[in-house]
Design a protein around this ligand. Sequence first.
Ligand code: FO1
Length: 322
Amino acid sequence: MVLYDSVGRACTLRVAALAGGVGAARFLTGLTRLIPQEDLTVIVNTGDDIDLFGLHISPDIDIVTYTLAGIVDEAKGWGIKGDTFHCLSQLKALGEDTWFNLGDQDLATHIYRTHRLNQGASLAQVTDEIRQHLGLKTKILPMSNDRFETRITTPNGSMHFEEYFVKRQCRDEFLGVEFVGQETAKPSPGVLEAIVEADLVVVCPSNPLVSIGTILAVEGIRAALKRTSACVVAVSPIVAGLAIKGPADKMLRGLGFEVSAFGVAGLYCDFLDSIVIDSQDAELKLRIEKLGLKVTVTNTVMKTLEDKVALAGAVLGSKGSL
Ligand code: FO1
C-alpha cells in the first residue's frame, strides 16, 4: 500500500501482525487484499507446537501459511482443503492414538519440517522455505525458534494446549496457563525489528491468553511493542461476551478477567494505541476510551471475504485517524 507523506513523497506502509490461529488467518486474508503481501510480516504463536509420531507440528504457522496461500480447508480453518486421512487411519489400525487429525497432504508439511529441523535448520528458516514454496510474499516468522510450550493447568493436572483443546474438547475446568521454556526462549531473528520498524502493528483477533498472550510472553516482544513508533491496533476476539472460536471466553473467565472487549483492551492497554470492537459492543466504547485507547466500532464477525476486507480496512483506517 503506497501512502504519501506530508510533502507528497510516496511511502510504503510496513505492517507487522501478531497472529494465532484461525481468526487471525481469516483477518489476514482480508488485510492482504488491501496491502501488498511483501509489506506484511506475520509473527505467529508457536506455543501450540506439538510432537506427534516423531513429527514437529506447528498448528498456527500452518494455519496462517495455508490460509494466505489459499489452500486451507475453509470450513475448519485448518489443514489442507480436500485432504484425505488414509495415513492417519492406517496409524489408528496400528494402534496409534489419532486424536489430532493430520491429513495426508498436511503430513508432507510436518515431514518436511521435521526433516529440515533434523538437518539443523531453524523453525524460522523452514517456515520461510515452506511459504516460498507455496508462493507467498508475506514473511511468516515463528515468535521463537526455541521450545516454548503452552500448557493448561486443570484439576486433572497440566496438559499441552492441544490435548486440552482438541483431545479433551475443553471439558476440564480451566485453572491457568503455564509457558514451558519462557525463561530461555528468544524471539526469532527479525521479530523485534519487524515490530520496532513497522508503521502499523496489528494484534489479530486471536486468543488473548494462549495465542497473543503466548507471543507477548516471549522475551523482549512486549517491550518492543511499547517502544515502537508504529500505531498498535488490536481487533477484539471477544464479541458480545463470547469468543468467535475457541476457549478464549472460558479462559478469561477462569482467570477472573471481564469477558468482553473491555477485558481484552485491559490486557493490551500498556502497549496498545487503538482497538477495533464489534458493533454489538458499542456500549463499551466510552469505558475503553477511558483506558486511553482509540476505539473503532464496526462489524468484526468475518463470515465472507467482504467482511474480512472491510475489517482490515477499519484497522488500516484507525491508523490514519490517530
Ligand atoms: N483443531 C481441532 O479442533 N481438531 C483437530 O483435529 C485439529 C487438527 C489440526 C491439524 C493441523 C493443524 O495445523 C491444526 C489442527 N487443528 C485442529 C487446529 C488447532 O488445534 C487449533 O486451531 C490451533 O492450535 C489454535 O490456534
